[in-house]
Write a protein that binds this ligand. Structure first.
Ligand SMILES: C[S@@+](CC[C@H](N)C(=O)[O-])C[C@H]1O[C@@H](n2cnc3c(N)ncnc32)[C@H](O)[C@@H]1O
Length: 345
């Protein structure tokens, strides 16, 4: 039994080892530059030697006007300090031992006449205050990581998906700004949906469909469709439903969705078990219907809080007689639906 538990834990840990690509990070971060000036950024699920999040912020420390960059590394990572390399670091630092890196300034540290990633690398190798060992295991919930969280203004990372609920709950508890990667389906979790409904968390700017590629450890079984190995032998898999989740505002989330369809009872039937019409595609939301509508969760990719209000989700509506069940039409279950209503302007 204990063996099984360990096996499950190991499998779970392995499934958590997805490394975000630099392009996905920079394509999202560019929408929020103004939020970062004078701020302390914390990447708390990030081995600085492996994480492109840390690399991005080290590289853009001055361009984003950061005050401080902190990264902590979890020792539960089966690949900690072993194979993925965002930095070329000396062996003596690649210990796999949980550590933190704190950067407060990136100047021409190495004296080569340019300020770039090499200077951040130089700092890590040469300044004893920059890289230090943690006392604990680097878990984002551990007291020393929570202490660092208190000092941070904005948390940016791709946290372990298996701990997404807890991870978000902690950010909310400490009232932090954040920009994190998760799976779209997380919006249906009863811990997560109230944040979406209350406009305390929304989808980020750059990923609204399709799948995204992540680097995975060498040991990862590549049986999934869309997986590949590059010419350097690095393994990648494609993951569907990836989204950025944030509470940082950006202009595009206030753009109205242009509606062109008109309502008819035939095209938009009501649910058998709830008093709302069903809309199968976000683009088909009728422009002339003022009542409650059920829309797919991908509506959130287009959601402008000045155009629509979110009223609930099929599974967690308190007054739904079939509470906890999906909506039905002609006795046929409909996939997850978010309930919305147009805001009268
Ligand atoms: C999805 S990976 C992303 C890694 C990195 N942030 C990136 O995007 O490239 C999640 C990382 O969180 C680490 N992790 C797992 N459990 C953790 C915990 N309790 N506290 C902190 N980090 C954890 C994993 O080892 C893994 O490296």
């Amino acid at each position: 039994m204990a063996g099984n538990t360990n096996l499950h834990a190991a499998n779970r840990a392995k499934k958590d080892e997805f490394y975000t690509q630099e392009d996905d990070i920079s394509n999202e971060l560019k929408h929020y530059k103004a939020h970062f000036a004078g701020r302390t950024v914390f990447c708390n699920c990030d081995d600085p030697f492996e994480s492109n999040f840390f690399r991005f912020f080290a590289l853009n420390f001055n361009a984003y006007g950061l005050k401080r960059l902190i990264a902590t590394c979890y020792d539960g990572s089966p690949v900690a300090g072993t194979q993925l390399s965002a930095f070329d670091s000396p062996d003596r630092l690649r210990t796999g031992i949980p550590h933190k890196i704190v950067i407060t300034e990136v100047t021409d540290n190495n004296g080569d006449g340019a300020i770039n990633l090499a200077d951040a690398e130089w700092l890590i190798k040469n300044d004893n205050n920059v890289l230090t060992r943690l006392n604990g295991n680097g878990d984002f919930r551990s007291p020393e990581c929570v202490e660092l969280l208190r000092e941070a203004d904005i948390v940016v990372t791709n946290p372990p998906f298996s701990l997404f609920r807890e991870y978000v709950a902690q950010l909310v508890e400490f009232d932090k700004k954040f920009l994190i990667i998760g799976n779209m389906n997380a919006v249906t979790y009863k811990e997560i949906f109230p944040l979406i409904k209350g406009n305390r968390m929304w989808m980020g700017a750059s990923i609204h469909s399709g799948d995204r590629e992540f680097q995975v450890p060498d040991s990862y079984p590549l049986n999934a469709a869309g997986s590949r190995v590059d010419s350097d032998g690095r393994k990648f898999i494609r993951v569907k439903g990836v989204r950025w989740f944030t509470n940082l505002d950006y202009p595009q989330r206030h753009d109205d969705l242009i509606l062109y369809k008109t309502y008819s009872p035939q095209e938009y039937p009501k649910y058998d078990n709830y008093d709302a019409i069903n809309v199968d595609k976000t683009a088909d939301i009728p422009c002339d219907y003022d009542g409650v509508m059920g829309v797919p969760i991908t509506f959130l990719d287009k959601y402008n809080p000045e155009q629509f209000e979110i009223l609930g989700i099929d599974r967690y509506i308190e007054d739904n007689p079939n509470y906890g069940h999906r909506f039905k039409i002609n006795d046929k279950e409909i996939y997850a639906r978010i309930l919305i209503r147009k805001i009268k302007k």
